[in-house]
Design a protein around this ligand. Structure first.
Ligand SMILES: NC(=O)C1=CN([C@@H]2O[C@H](COP(=O)(O)OP(=O)(O)OC[C@H]3O[C@@H](n4cnc5c(N)ncnc54)[C@H](OP(=O)(O)O)[C@@H]3O)[C@@H](O)[C@H]2O)C=CC1
Ligand SMILES: Cc1cn([C@H]2C[C@H](O)[C@@H](COP(=O)(O)OP(=O)(O)O[C@H]3O[C@@H](C)C(=O)[C@@H](O)[C@H]3O)O2)c(=O)[nH]c1=O
Length: 289
């Protein structure tokens, strides 16, 4: 089986490459190899490779910046995806497209139940809206696809498009002695990219039915609880002030509740276990942060 990973030098892309199963022939493409918003680039690069499966991790996902640059958000997160859909159709390839918990509006906070694949998206910021547009293009134009919703990712590489990840940001701030103020009224499912990557390979190799899947570590917490655990596992002694989202002003509105779970048999280990292993694995390089 030949698989192409788009965004191979990104945070999730690197772990998809690292978790590659033995029998798979993998070609990793970086942004300098392919521009997904350019149809000619998409067709010339991908038709020459003729992959059975294309995994798209590329996105414009600086949540606040997307509010100021909606054209760019839609160009990459929707038009770029349309180009990939067209090339997949032309080669009869499977598209694995990475999406986000931010397609939901957070209204399920009243039930305190995670969102499942059966819940209807209703995004409330430009990033989420553009990602949902990408999902709809995949779902409504293509038959052979997996839409994989992940959330609050952290991995060794850090997100190139976001300038790191929340884990590194918190540790950096703590080590620099900066005051830490973190929202305690926004809840999500923090997810380790290596765990998500392994599950993505399983979906493909086990030939699970095409469709949408939620792939996150088990459980959920507030960003404040997440930050507390990050410091605890890293052995960093710093205090954090819990604040309400109304006191931590951001350009983009965030869903106050976006924990995910799967009703399609996907179950990853609990987020605390994954975080502990991640921090243990990168602890030797933490001093460089
Ligand atoms: N990070 C997170 O917390 C979350 C991310 N997601 C989704 O997961 C996916 C992966 O995120 P993550 O790995 O963290 O992100 P990264 O920014 O680390 O990876 C994305 C990669 O895609 C490349 N890329 C960006 N734009 C283009 C383009 N137009 N054409 C080709 N390549 C491009 C980037 O290259 P370069 O940097 O050189 O431009 C980068 O290597 C995204 O789809 C995102 O929406 C979902 C939930 C949470
Ligand atoms: C850095 C920081 C953030 N926060 C808050 C702001 C926000 O509500 C939350 C996380 O902030 P970030 O800017 O790291 O992440 P944000 O852009 O909100 O995160 C999202 O990224 C996109 C790509 C996704 O798809 C989502 O799954 C999600 O992970 O924590 C604090 O309260 N204190 C802080 O010091």
């Amino acid at each position: 089986m030949k698989v192409v990973v788009i965004g191979a030098s990104g945070q999730l892309g690197q772990d998809i490459v690292n978790a590659k199963p033995g029998l798979v022939k993998l070609v990793g493409l970086t942004h300098s190899d392919i521009e997904i918003t350019d149809k000619d680039s998409v067709f010339s690069v991908l038709t020459s490779l003729e992959p059975d499966v294309i995994i798209n991790t590329a996105a414009f996902h600086k949540t606040d910046l997307c509010e100021d640059e909606p054209e760019k958000a839609f160009f990459i997160n929707a038009v770029g995806v349309k180009n990939l859909v067209e090339v997949c159709k032309s080669m009869d390839s499977i598209l694995v497209h990475i999406s986000t918990d931010y397609v939901f509006d957070g209204a399920k906070i009243t039930e305190k139940e995670p969102y499942t694949e059966e819940d209807l998206p209703n995004p409330i910021n430009i990033y989420g809206i553009s990602k949902y547009a990408g999902e709809l293009i995949v779902k409504n134009y293509l038959d052979k696809y997996y839409i994989v919703r992940v959330a609050s990712l952290y991995g060794k590489a850090g997100a190139s498009g976001k300038g790191g990840n929340f884990v590194y940001t918190i540790l950096k701030k703590a080590k620099a002695g900066e005051p830490l103020r973190v929202v305690d009224d926004i809840f999500m499912s923090p997810t380790y990219t290596l765990d998500a990557a392994r599950e993505i390979w399983k979906l493909i190799l086990e030939e699970r039915p095409f469709g949408t899947y939620h792939v996150t570590n088990l459980g959920y917490c507030s960003w404040y609880e997440f930050a507390k655990k990050i410091l605890e596992y890293a052995g960093v002694d710093a205090s954090i002030e819990p604040v309400k989202h109304t006191e931590f002003k951001t350009k983009a509105k965030r869903p106050l509740w976006s924990p995910l779970k799967s009703v399609k048999g996907i179950e990853l280990r609990p987020w605390e276990e994954a975080l502990k292993e991640f921090i243990g694995g990168v602890s030797t390089q933490l001093w460089k942060l």
